[in-house]
Design a protein around this ligand. Structure first.
Ligand SMILES: Nc1nc2c(ncn2[C@@H]2O[C@H](COP(=O)(O)OP(=O)(O)OP(=O)(O)O)[C@@H](O)[C@H]2O)c(=O)[nH]1
Ligand SMILES: [Mg+2]
Length: 257
């Protein structure tokens, strides 16, 4: 059942339609997920969580389901049959969130690179007028902890490159810590989004910007994962490198209205 936002606003008053949903995609996050879920549950402001797990072979989903017993109204899981990339996981999560009428929909990694306490700052930025707020590593210098210098430089210059090609006026174009207002995800044709990794993050920001939505960066400190293994791959990097040009070229033939 699709709950339209105007109905949802009505619902806030009469039916208590929930407001904030944090989507956390997981693949093999056994070491992190329980701690992360509890950190979000402990925040002020009744955040809900949807974990989108791609059948992690390490039992991540079982840990989530055990936690869900303690928070049946605020914690949910969407299980997908196979590992299919973070972009696709988010798209399924977005549909789930739109169907339920959440007003603010967040993206966040499971590995504590994003500090769950910063969800509140992202939320506040949207309440203050942003349509999409972005937890940004590069808005006040470079705020990345524990990444090797090579990876910091690569990520920083990737952002410079993306700005150059796309014209997007965002410092951290590949950021994956985001809050969308409902209307942004409702507007973007989600089934046309086809990238899976960093290019997915770029495409979402670029498309939101092209539709005229207001993007605001919120400074955050990003910390490298200390538990679990990295899923960063050459494929994801290549997708971003060439994907940016595709995103730009496709925009010449696309109408944003
Ligand atoms: N559902 C799903 N989640 C994924 C997939 N790939 C990565 N993730 C999750 O997406 C988030 C970001 O992935 P990371 O592996 O942390 O990627 P990264 O931050 O670029 O690199 P590292 O922190 O070095 O691993 C984490 O919560 C992952 O568990 C996937 O194919 N499917
Ligand atoms: Mg990570």
């Amino acid at each position: 059942m699709k709950v339209h936002r105007n109905k949802a606003i009505f619902g806030h008053i009469f039916l208590f339609v929930p407001e904030k949903l944090v989507i956390i995609p997981t693949y093999k996050e056994r070491e992190n997920i329980e701690k992360m879920l509890l950190a979000v549950m402990a925040l002020e402001g009744d955040f809900h969580v949807l974990v989108v797990d791609d059948s992690s072979p390490d039992g991540t989903a079982d840990i989530v389901k055990a936690c869900m017993r303690d928070f049946p109204e605020r914690m949910f899981i969407l299980e997908r049959a196979a590992k299919d990339g973070l972009g696709r996981a988010y798209i399924s999560g977005f549909h789930w969130a739109l169907d339920r009428g959440y007003a603010y929909i967040f993206e966040m990694d499971a590995d504590f690179s994003h500090n769950p306490n910063d969800l509140i700052a992202l939320y506040n930025a949207c309440v203050a007028g942003a349509d999409m707020s972005i937890g940004s590593r590069y808005v006040n210098g470079v705020n990345v902890v524990n990444w090797p210098m090579g990876r910091v430089l690569m990520s920083y210059f990737a952002s410079v490159y993306v700005r150059f090609i796309t014209g997007l006026k965002i410092q951290d174009t590949t950021a994956g810590f985001v809050c969308y207002r409902y209307k942004v995800l409702e507007k973007i044709p989600l089934d046309k989004v086809r990238f899976k990794g960093y290019a997915f993050q770029i495409e979402m920001k670029f498309t939101a910007w092209k539709y005229g939505f207001k993007l605001v960066e919120v400074p955050i400190i990003f910390t490298d994962r200390s538990e679990g293994e990295s899923k960063m791959s050459r494929g994801i990097f290549k997708e971003a490198l060439f994907g940016v040009m595709q995103i730009k070229m496709k925009s010449w033939f696309r109408k944003y209205n």
